[in-house]
Design a protein around this ligand. Structure first.
Ligand SMILES: C[S@@+](CC[C@H](N)C(=O)[O-])C[C@H]1O[C@@H](n2cnc3c(N)ncnc32)[C@H](O)[C@@H]1O
Length: 263
């Protein structure tokens, strides 16, 4: 009998921000398109005007805030690794080596136009305008750790109107019990009636590739999400969708979750 594969859990030494960007964000594939569409769709229904938003476990990425930025007041970006935040800082600073998010910006703007039944031709000027809005709305970048009861630290602790969290806790947790605890920790960042926009790998996904490393993922079922959120969300607000992921061998699918914390 062969032993179950032991995948990497050491983010401090083994996670390379550029390898991650190159692995998952070179092209807007079907998975990325589904994720961008999820955000656009949620924001058709949910009002985030005046909202202060936390993008927790943001990684080195800005794709998750492309459609959020023009609708909210302020965005705080948090990740466990400062090296990931550094990629975001470089994009904000328009550093020469910053990762190029133009293709994601174009797709996000196209999706928004489709939903608005407007012309889906996206110009370079529109991309520049949206980039400027994102740069202006990101007002803080801070390290955070979902293992802590106060994931932004006691000093950084504050509550938000909305949480955006993509592919973080299932990758960060050592085991299922820790994942459950991390959900409670991160949900404490939301105000009552706060909006959750949450995507995670699903079902038999147990790892994901970053360069030469394969990082561990906790496999999750729909009921795991329902149970973990039960103490903190209004049950009628909870919606969970699923799609198959075809591009990444180790990833079976993704859950897309929206909910509101109890009033
Ligand atoms: C799969 S990446 C997701 C990045 C990004 N949100 C995305 O959608 O591509 C997992 C992220 O979780 C972060 N992470 C790992 N351990 C963490 C912890 N204890 N607390 C918060 N984030 C953590 C990693 O640094 C990494 O950026």
């Amino acid at each position: 009998m062969s032993a179950a594969p032991q995948y990497e859990t050491n983010y401090d030494d083994k996670f390379d921000a550029r390898d991650y960007l190159n692995e998952y964000f070179q092209v807007v594939d079907q998975t990325n398109a589904n994720l961008l569409k999820f955000i656009v769709e949620v924001l058709q229904k949910e009002d985030i005007s005046g909202a202060k938003v936390i993008n927790f476990g943001c990684g080195p990425c800005i794709d998750t805030v492309i459609s959020v930025a023009p609708k909210c007041t302020e965005i705080h970006m948090s990740d466990y690794l400062d090296a990931n935040l550094q990629e975001v800082r470089e994009w904000i600073a328009q550093a020469p080596d910053a990762f190029n998010w133009e293709h994601f910006l174009r797709s996000g703007l196209q999706l928004e136009a489709e939903f608005a039944q407007a012309d889906t031709t996206v110009t370079d000027a529109q991309i520049a305008e949206r980039s400027a809005i994102i740069r202006q709305k990101i007002t803080q970048l801070m390290t955070g750790d979902a293992k802590q009861a106060q994931p932004l630290g006691a000093e950084g602790h504050q509550q938000y109107d909305a949480l955006v969290m993509f592919f973080c806790l299932e990758a960060a947790a050592a085991d299922f019990a820790e994942w459950q605890q991390m959900v409670q920790n991160v949900m404490s960042l939301l105000k009552p009636n706060g909006l959750i926009i949450w995507a995670m790998t699903a079902l038999q996904t147990e790892g994901y590739q970053v360069g030469d490393e394969t990082f561990q993922v906790i496999p999750l079922k729909e009921n795991d999400i329902r149970d973990a959120l039960a103490p903190c969300v209004a049950s009628e607000s909870l919606q969970i969708d699923y799609f198959d992921v075809v591009e990444h061998e180790l990833v079976q699918g993704a859950f897309l979750v929206t909910a509101r914390t109890r009033a």
